[in-house]
Design a protein around this ligand. Structure first.
Ligand SMILES: [Zn+2]
Length: 427
């Protein structure tokens, strides 16, 4: 890319500073809360109106029948496409439009979109309406300065990323929206920060483990068999044998924070025995030996680990306990699984974004991998599209927090990087 193109794009983004701020504010002011899935159609209509006025072809796609979809809270997605009329690749920017609940501790209006100094405040400002706004301004600036561009650009705003993406990217990917014959490069403007390229994420396995016992009166526990005591033995085995093992297993994936560069396990919840009376109730709980105890495990695994080995490792823990405890039986139920994904550093969208970061920020790009998953999983597994990264403005640790904000300068710099990527891949 020549210096003239770079200068023209930089100027075009700078000239759109007020538009960028206004767009981010408008998006924040549409309270697309998930759960339950509020105002999804409103935000899709807003974006559709803006892009259709500039000649984009817009489809609104409802994920009918997806988890959470109902007539009260329909799962709407927006996919906009602009063709140049000249042969070339398609670059797709995918943002989720849903935001998590507000929570406590706010000192700003969570849906006010207030601008204070360099910051715009609101739920979703950083995760990820700031990134969505930056990608739209980047595309608009690129189109205004590059009349002879090639290929196609797509911008999507999709539902339910915060609850797994099944009513959003997964639904679209299953219907071919991310197939390699339609889209060649994908950037997901999640808030990984303007100097970092996120190549992918670790894998996930959620499982429920239940130990079984025999109910009896609590005054005569010797007549029963406590599922809670059995679970205690399981937890001890996990504590003394599985955790130490997992901590030795490290990955070549550049996961941030660095503590997440190993296999991890969280015990999300535990419950044993009879259901307890509701909080605040004066009723006494039943005096029974627990005939069941359940834990929910959240295992995050590495690209070097195979999911079936991860599962059999846990089964081995339970079998060891079984071998030394009379009457011990258990069941495992799979709840959720996602394979790890990681784009190649030599993939075209990675190389192009790294070069653009260097040009805009004057520093070498950082490559990272996310400890948790995001919509790249569906693009990779269902869409079979590997040339996909997350790149966008905002600080990850502000996501889902009170007084969430996004920096105007960060959005501007990210928009410049995205526009340079468009110029490189489609110019
Ligand atoms: Zn997000």
């Amino acid at each position: 890319m020549d210096a003239l193109t770079h200068a023209a794009l930089t100027h075009a983004i700078d000239a759109r500073r007020a538009a960028l701020i206004g767009l981010a504010q408008d998006l924040i002011r549409i309270p697309t809360l998930n759960p339950p899935g509020r105002c999804y159609r409103d935000i899709c209509d807003y974006l559709a109106a803006r892009l259709m006025a500039q000649g984009w072809t817009v489809e609104l796609v409802r994920a009918t029948g997806a988890p959470g979809d109902s007539d009260a809270y329909p799962r709407w997605n927006m996919v906009a496409r602009l063709e140049s009329g000249r042969a070339g690749d398609c670059v797709h920017f995918n943002s989720h439009h849903d935001v998590v609940e507000v929570g406590h501790g706010w000192t700003r209006d969570p849906f006010g979109g207030e601008l204070d100094g360099d910051r715009i405040y609101g739920r979703g400002a950083c995760d990820m309406k700031g990134g969505l706004a930056a990608s739209i301004i980047a595309a608009e600036a690129f189109l205004a300065t590059t009349p002879d561009w090639r290929g196609a650009i797509e911008i999507s705003a999709t539902a339910d990323e915060e609850s797994g993406g099944y009513g959003g990217v997964a639904y679209l990917a299953e219907r071919g929206y991310f197939s390699p014959d339609r889209v060649q490069h994908v950037i997901i403007p999640e808030p990984l920060h303007k100097d970092r390229i996120c190549l992918g994420h670790r894998g996930v396995w959620w499982a429920e483990v239940e130990t079984h016992g025999r109910i009896a009166h609590g005054s005569m526990p010797f007549l029963g068999d406590s599922a809670i005591r059995h679970m205690g033995a399981v937890l001890e085995e996990i504590e003394h044998h599985l955790y130490p093992l997992l901590s030795t297993r490290t990955t070549a994936m550049p996961v941030v924070p660095p503590q997440a560069r190993q296999s991890t396990l969280n015990i999300n919840s535990i419950h044993g025995g009879e259901p307890e009376p509701p909080a605040g109730s004066t009723a006494l709980p039943a005096p029974c030996v627990a005939d069941r105890c359940r834990i929910i495990l959240d295992r995050r695994f590495l690209i070097e680990e195979a999911l079936d080995e991860v599962k059999s490792e846990l089964r081995a823990v339970l079998d060891r306990v079984q071998s030394r405890r009379a009457g011990f039986t258990y069941t495992i139920r799979d709840l959720f699984e996602v394979q790890p994904v990681m784009a190649d550093r030599d993939a075209p969208v990675v190389r192009s974004t790294a070069a653009a970061i260097e040009r805009v920020l004057g520093q070498v790009a950082d490559y990272v991998v996310s400890p948790g998953t995001y919509d790249q999983k569906h693009i990779d597994r269902i869409g079979r599209l590997k040339n996909c990264i997350a790149y966008g403005p905002g600080l990850l640790h502000l996501a889902h927090q009170p007084d969430e904000w996004v920096g105007v300068q960060d959005m501007t710099d990210s928009a410049k990087v995205m526009a340079l990527v468009l110029a490189d891949l489609l110019g």
